[in-house]
Each structure stands twice: as C-alpha cells, then as structure tokens.
Design a protein around this ligand. Structure first.
Ligand code: HEM
Length: 494
C-alpha cells in the first residue's frame, strides 16, 4: 500500500481543496434546486473529519480513501468549512462523472488559474461550445493515424540525436534526461522546425517560467493577485505569445506548410461556422498542448523506466519483444513498427496505473444526479458538491486488479484485459469520456520511441532506491533524482 508521511502533501492538498471549495462557494449556481428526493451520501465531519485529515497527514491519500471506503462504502462526502467534497469510489459509479454534459457537471471554475497562462481565447477562458470545438482540433491533430504517422520520423531523430551525446558509460538522472528530451520532441513535433532549430533554449526557459510560476500554489489560489510569481508568469506568456504569433503570421504570409501540430492548428482547425483560428487561439492552444504533456510525459517515462529496471521479468519481456521486432524490421522504426510494441505499451500503461500523474480528478456538480453502487445503494449527489474520482485508488482495487501492488504489465494483455473488468471507466490515467486526454496516443508513441532506443542500445541499472512519489507537486512525480548507470551495449539479437 502506498504510504506517505508527507506533511507537504497534506498542506498542499488541504489548502487546495479548501481553496477549490471556496471558489465553488463563490461560483455561480447554474441550474435548478438542489433539494434531494433520495438519500444523500454519508458524511465525514466532526470527529471523523479529524480522523480523515490525520490519516491524510500520516498515511497518505490511498490509505485514507481505503479507510473511508471500508467504513462508509463507495460514496461519501467530506464536509469542511461548509463545503462538500464527495468521493466516488469504483468504476461502476463514474458514468455521469465522466460523461455527463458540462451544463450538469463540469470543471467549473477550478481550472481558472490556467486562463492567465494561455489566454482568454482558449481552454477555460471560452464557453463550452467553443471549448469543445477546440478539443476537436486537438483530437484531429493528435489522434488520427494519418497525423500521428508523420511525427514518428522526427521523434526517432530527436531520440537518436539525444542519446548519441551520452558517453560509453556513465551515471545520469533519468528524470532530468527525459524532461530535456521530451521538450526537444515537443518543440520539433508540436511547435516545428523554426523553434527547434533556432530558439529551443529560449522557448524552454520561457515554458519553465510559465509553468513553474503559473502552477505555484499562490498563483493557483490567486491567479490575478499582483504577486511576483504572477508577474513572472505574465511576462513569460507575453513573450511566448509574441514568438508564436510571429511564426503563425509568417507561415500564413509565405504559404509555408510544415508537418507539425502548429500547422494543423493553423490550416485544418475550422469552427463549425467556417471561421479559421485566430493568431491568439493558435498561440494559446499550442501552449496548452505543450503544458498538457510536459510534466505528465516526463513522469510517465521515468516511472516506466524505474519500474522496468526494478523488475527483471518485465525488463526481459520488453527486451525480448525488441529482439523479435529487430529480427523482423531491422533498425527501421515507423508508426506501424511502434504499434507492434505491445509488451512495451502494456509496461507503460501499468506504470501509469500505479503512478497516475493526475491522482484525483475533480468536477463541480451543477445539477443533482444519482449513483447506484455495486452493492445496490442509491444516493443523490446534490448540486453545489465537488465530486472526486480518486484515480489512484480506483486503479488499485483488488477486485479488479489482481495483486494491485505488483508491477505486472501482462494484466493488460489480450488474454487478461483487467482494465475492462469494471466497464469503460476502469482505467482512467488519461481520464475517460468527454474530457479524455487528447494526447494519449501521442504519449505512447513518444515513450515507445525513447524506451525502444534505450533497450536496443544500452544496459541500464537503477542505482538509487526505487523513487517515492513527490506529493508536494500539483501533479505527483518521482521524488528527487532517479539515478541510473548506463553502458553502451547493442541488444544481442540472436
Ligand atoms: C502520460 C501522459 C499524460 C497523462 C497521464 C495525461 C492525463 C490527462 C488527463 C487525466 C486529462 C483529463 C483531465 C480532466 O479530466 O480533468 C488530460 C487532458 C488533456 N490532455 Fe493529457 N495527459 C498526458 C499527456 C498529454 C500530452 C502529451 C498532451 C498533448 C500533446 C496532452 C493533452 C491534453 C489535453 C489537450 C487535454 C484536455 C482535454 C479536455 O480539455 O477535454 N496530454 N490529460
């Protein structure tokens, strides 16, 4: 069981949840009455709230949800400062959470701190209809095989170029290396050649300024306060906007056509009324995409490595798969070859099951809805509640995942398919339904490109103990450095 004694996690989560609740209290009520005709969920308050918070402080999120789940069942409400946070435990009761219309259940104003990061023309700065159209643009650019295919060549070049700079042997921090490499891949595949070749260092620094300040606790809670962090965030955004606006303008003027995602957002993205995207929209959308993939992909690539290097059986299985693929295709890698790396895909998926970068997903309820637990209890969740899908806990339920604390990629094999046991909301590392991650397929491609190269060319050993989770981050990631020793060694094929 994942046990963390991190006081940081407690402080951050408590303050954040309280802040979210206060924002919600201030938020506008959108629909109808919250009067309930059915029982509402059991409430954690008074002494049991103190117990809940104490456990959160001493044992961590997963153990705390486990404890409440045992005592109160699959649906329970934590009540504090007059605000209600209702947990929905288990995939059977998440249908409305993930699929309900935004007019009934949505992110509300919880993610408003992103508006000054990416602008008022995109994401949470626009109405639902426009946002859905923009999500369609991301999906078109990032999930269609015809679009994804063109990124494999550039991705592989970046991967080969990056690891060519490593020596014959050495010791590196895996997390740092992946963070740099993934940013190079994003620059190339999302932003394009101009940025990758001429201004990578500048863009890299500006993105770091944008997200480290925009995601700081003070900026998340008070995004418009005149604080130094908000000023640094605004300066970075304004400079990034200037650079991208210039690129969009120059591509439009010269009829230059590139094969990157930026180009898709310029040329292919058309609203239903026929309108093309504005410079501000393209700029905001591309920044949002970089942000959406930056920390999540670094964490996923690092966890995959840490898990594989700690499990001889799994490491042998992915290496065996690479041998077979090399026998079939030689060194050539394209989109179809990446698709054949099924064992590697399951290994990444399993690392994300155990370490989902979004450990809990939240929504605000605008209209009462009912849930029925697998034990047959029915509850009505009132308007005004914040609801939480505890992804970390749900992805470790023992009635779904056999031995959930064991790293076992084969649980996702065609024969076992444990991710289907609880229905379509069983596996939610990339969310599900309406707001499912637009970058999922792209993510698998880039992590496969990186790990297939490492497996084919290096012998790696984890020299630090298996990393703990850093709960002090808004998106939990491996804590500290993840030190690994490497030696160049081609994978023996015969
Ligand atoms: C391991 C890597 C990743 C993980 C675990 C992940 C996870 C998620 C999750 C959980 C959500 C939904 C949040 C919610 O429901 O509130 C989401 C949304 C999103 N992700 Fe990812 N993501 C990853 C990589 C990426 C990448 C590489 C991109 C872009 C290239 C991306 C783009 C997006 C976008 C645009 C959305 C918003 C969709 C919407 O608003 O409906 N993600 N991601």
């Amino acid at each position: 069981m994942d046990v963390t004694n991190s006081a940081v996690w407690f402080t951050v989560s408590f303050v954040l949840i309280a802040a979210i609740a206060i924002k919600i209290a201030k938020g506008r009520t959108m629909f109808g009455s919250s009067r309930c005709t059915m029982p509402t969920p059991p409430v954690v308050d008074g002494i049991s709230l103190i117990r809940f918070l104490h456990m959160l402080l001493t044992k961590g999120l997963r153990a705390t949800i486990h404890d409440q789940h045992k005592r109160m069942g699959s649906v329970f409400t934590v009540s504090f400062f007059g605000q209600k946070l209702t947990f929905l435990v288990g995939p059977e009761i998440l249908s409305h959470f993930y699929q309900g219309p935004d007019s009934e259940i949505s992110h509300g104003n919880m993610l408003d701190f992103m508006i000054p990061m990416f602008g008022k023309e995109v994401g949470y700065g626009v109405d639902f209809t426009t946002r859905y159209e923009q999500i369609r643009f991301y999906i078109d650019a990032l999930t269609r095989p015809s679009k994804l295919r063109v990124h494999v060549g550039p991705m592989i070049q970046e991967v080969e170029g990056y690891f060519a700079k490593w020596g014959q042997d050495g010791i590196i921090d895996l997390k740092h290396e992946f963070s740099m490499l993934l940013m190079l891949i994003s620059s190339r595949c999302l932003l394009g050649k101009e940025v990758r070749n001429k201004m990578f260092d500048e863009i890299h620094t500006l993105f770091h300024e944008l997200d480290s300040n925009g995601m700081s606790l003070s900026s998340v809670l008070f995004p418009y306060a005149p604080t130094p962090a908000n000023r640094r965030r605004d300066r970075a955004r304004s400079k990034l906007s200037e650079i991208f606006t210039e690129i969009v303008r120059s591509r439009r003027c010269s009829n230059q056509v590139e094969e990157d995602v930026l180009q898709n957002l310029i040329d292919d993205a058309k609203y239903k009324d026929g309108r093309s995207t504005t410079e501000g929209e393209v700029t905001g959308m591309i920044m949002l995409l970089i942000f959406g993939g930056k920390h999540t992909s670094t964490a996923a690539t690092t966890w995959t490595g840490a898990r594989l290097l700690s499990s001889e059986r799994s490491l042998t299985a992915v290496a065996e798969e690479q041998k077979q693929i090399v026998r079939k295709y030689g060194d050539h890698i394209d989109y179809n070859v990446l698709l054949e790396m099924e064992t590697l895909r399951c290994s990444i998926k399993e690392a994300l099951r155990m370490h989902p970068p979004a450990a809990v997903d939240f929504r605000k309820v605008h209209k009462n809805f009912t849930v029925e637990t697998k034990e047959g209890h029915k509850y009505e969740i009132p308007r005004g509640h914040t609801v939480a899908s505890p992804i970390l806990f749900n992805s470790n339920l023992p009635h779904i995942y056999k031995d959930p604390d064991v790293y076992d990629p084969s649980r996702f094999s065609r024969e076992r398919q444990e991710d289907k046991i609880g229905g379509k909301f069983t596996y939610a590392a990339f969310s599900c339904g309406r707001h499912t991650c637009a970058g999922e397929a792209y993510t698998y491609m880039q992590i496969k490109a990186i790990w297939s190269h490492l497996l084919r060319n290096f012998e790696l050993k984890l020299i630090y103990p298996f990393p703990e989770t850093d709960w002090g981050k808004l998106m939990p990631e491996p804590k500290g450095k993840v030190m690994v020793s490497y030696k160049r060694r081609p994978l023996p094929i015969n």
